[in-house]
Every structure is written in structure tokens, then in C-alpha cells.
Design a protein around this ligand. Structure first.
Ligand code: MRU
Length: 347
């Protein structure tokens, strides 16, 4: 934990967020005190990653309540503002789930909402520790107790959660046991969560890593340079289909072809039992400018169209193991559908 910077915390009069848009160059925070600022921070990825969005959403209800009190809103205006937070980004189910978890407490006052949001934050950190240990156990059990070369995509670390991380929680646990030889970090076009955030976290934790272009990942895997791929998730359907950052599917296909395990590390709060399969996952389409320009400088001809889906869905048959806080489920071997009983054990 000593290497971590909190992503989301209540600051007394607002929500303090680590500004992930300026990492790795600067470590800065913003404090959001109104709903428009929070929705903007979520959309710009100041705060990002499914579990961190869940915690931000839960605290966001308190932000809305305080603004309502300051500005004299009626209940309908408050409800509408809470819904705006809930819908600020569509794919990670944790955002809506975080809001929904504390929303029933609105009538009990901001104190009750804040306590429930803090409980969610604490649970997330505890859950990540459990995911990390269970993931390391499963991987070493499957591949043998030896130093491993791990490939990861996007950022599913402390920065994407309330602390420690899911996929990077597994990597941290493996490293703690002396079992990480190298982490191949996909840079994660177009917003570079891999190179900017994952490599920053791994470097701070003293874990050896190399950043590679996303397009290098399948070749790294098929050349035998990685023993296992570990990624996070934004929404997992009941059959195990897994939505995660765009590019995850290419990693999964390469793992299947090379015969190495693809491990999805995620808390039960990322499982959406209302979805029988991945076809119903809403895929966020991000602004064209993220693809057509870099730092404001055009990288494509003027007037050309962009296709910028932020997530893809990996079919369950390609997910070797889903590791939650209750342990591993061998999804491609048929340990699905995911059930409410399983989710309850994780609660
Ligand atoms: O667009 P982002 O940065 O919010 O996307 C994040 C991811 O895709 C993560 O891999 C996922 O949320 C898992 S986080 C533990």
C-alpha cells in the first residue's frame, strides 16, 4: 500500500480525486463539489476504472445531496442529478451499481450515504487483496511455482480501484512471492492507460515491466514471451462474456491460439447477472478527437471519420479463469453461469 496514491476519497466538503489525466507527469488532485464537475471528471477519465467509478458514483450521491441543499433543489432535481452521475459513462456496471447501492439511503441524510460509500471503498480494497491472492494461487497452481512473464492490458491497478488493484493486484501478489520476471504492458491506445498508468504503478512498486504497442501483444504471446495474460473487466455477463478495454479481445484470441491462460480479475460488483451474455453490454463510443489527434495535433486527414469504441467483449470461451474475491472460476471449462449465490458469497 505504501506505493499507492488514493484515487477517490471524501475530503469533508467534496470528493477528492487523483487526476489521472495528468499522470505520469504530475500527481495532482481535484476536489469536485458539484454534479457537473463530477460528471465531467468521470467523462474525461480524471477518475476511471470500473471499481473506482463505483466508489466515485457512491460518493457522487453525497455530492449531489450537498449541492441540492446549497442550491435549494427539490427532490425531482436531486433525483435527476443523481441519475446524471449514474449515467456519466455506460460500460462499467460498477458506476450504476455504486450509485444504486447508496441511493436508497438518501432519505436518511448525507451522513448515511457517506458511510455507505466509505464502506464500499473499504470493501473494494479488501476484495482486491483477496482477488490478488486467489489469482496468484491459481496461476502458480496452473503454471508451476516459478517466475512468470505476465501480459496486461489497460490499467486494472490501484488507480482503477480504491486501492491495490484487480489484475495488478494479482501481479502485486505474484511479485510479493518473487514470481514476476517481467510484465508486458500494452500501451492501450488511444488514451494510454497502460503506458501512463500501469507502467507508473509497476515502476513505483519495483516490478519489472516493458511497455509495448497494443499491436505487439498478439505477437508477444505467439512468440512465447508471455506465460499468462491478466486483465480486469468493466462488465461481466452471467455466461462469463467479459467487457474490458478495447484491445482485450485481441489479447484473448492470441492467448487461446498460443494455449496460455487468460485470467480476468474482477470483483463480483463487476458481474451483471441481468445480462445473460455479452451482447447486451453497452459499449461506450468516445469522442473522435481521441483517435484523430494527439495532444491537439491532427494525426489523420481533416474531415476523416473516426470509430472509437472504448471497450470490447471477450467471449466466455476465451476466458480461462475469472478470479473474484471468492476465488477462481474456470469459465472456458464451463463454470458458468455466474449466479446470485456466488455474488452473495462475495458481498
Ligand atoms: O476507460 P477506462 O480507463 O475507465 O477503462 C478501464 C478498464 O478497461 C479497466 O481495465 C477495467 O475497468 C478494469 S479496472 C480494475
Amino acid at each position: 500500500m505504501e506505493h499507492e496514491v488514493p484515487t477517490v476519497e471524501w475530503a469533508g466538503d467534496g470528493l477528492r480525486l487523483l487526476d489521472q489525466t495528468v499522470l505520469p507527469g504530475r500527481v495532482e488532485h481535484v476536489v469536485v463539489r458539484d454534479v457537473a464537475a463530477l460528471v465531467d471528471a468521470i467523462r474525461r477519465l480524471v477518475v476511471r476504472g470500473a471499481p473506482a467509478l463505483g466508489v466515485a458514483g457512491a460518493f457522487g450521491v453525497a455530492v449531489a445531496m450537498r449541492q441540492a441543499a446549497r442550491e435549494g433543489w427539490d427532490r425531482a432535481a436531486l433525483d435527476e442529478a443523481i441519475t446524471r452521475v449514474r449515467e456519466a459513462r455506460p460500460t462499467a456496471v460498477n458506476l450504476a451499481a455504486g450509485v444504486d447501492r447508496v441511493r436508497p439511503l438518501v432519505d436518511e441524510g448525507a451522513g448515511a450515504v457517506l458511510a455507505a460509500a466509505q464502506a464500499l471503498l473499504d470493501e473494494d480494497v479488501r476484495g482486491n487483496r483477496a482477488i490478488g491472492a486467489a489469482g496468484a494461487d491459481w496461476i502458480l497452481g496452473r503454471l508451476g511455482d516459478r517466475p512468470l512473464r505476465v501480459l496486461t492490458h489497460c490499467n486494472a491497478g490501484a488507480l482503477a480501484t480504491a486501492g491495490w488493484g484487480t489484475a495488478l493486484g494479482v501481479v502485486r501478489a505474484l511479485h510479493g512471492r518473487g514470481r514476476v520476471e517481467m510484465v508486458y504492458v500494452d500501451e492501450t491506445r488511444p488514451l494510454l492507460q497502460g503506458s501512463r498508468l500501469t507502467a507508473w504503478e509497476l515502476a513505483r512498486a519495483g516490478i519489472p515491466c516493458a511497455v509495448q504497442a497494443d499491436g505487439a501483444a498478439p505477437s508477444t504471446i505467439l512468440r512465447g514471451l508471455a506465460d499468462v495474460a491478466v486483465i480486469g473487466a468493466d462488465r461481466i455477463a452471467a455466461n462469463g462474456d467479459t467487457a474490458n478495454k478495447i484491445g482485450s479481445l485481441g489479447v484473448a484470441l492470441a492467448c487461446a491460439d498460443a494455449g496460455i491462460p487468460l485470467v480476468v480479475a474482477a470483483p463480483w460488483s463487476t458481474v451483471d447477472l441481468a445480462l445473460p451474455d455479452g451482447r447486451g453490454v453497452p459499449i461506450e463510443e468516445r469522442p473522435a478527437a481521441e483517435i484523430l489527434a494527439w495532444n491537439g495535433v491532427p494525426t489523420a486527414p481533416e474531415g476523416v471519420a473516426a470509430h472509437n469504441p472504448a471497450f470490447d467483449v471477450t467471449p466466455a470461451r476465451l476466458v480461462t479463469a475469472l478470479v473474484t474475491e471468492t476465488g477462481p472460476l474456470e469459465v472456458s471449462a464451463g463454470e458458468t453461469p455466474l449466479t446470485a449465490e456466488g455474488a452473495a458469497k462475495g458481498a
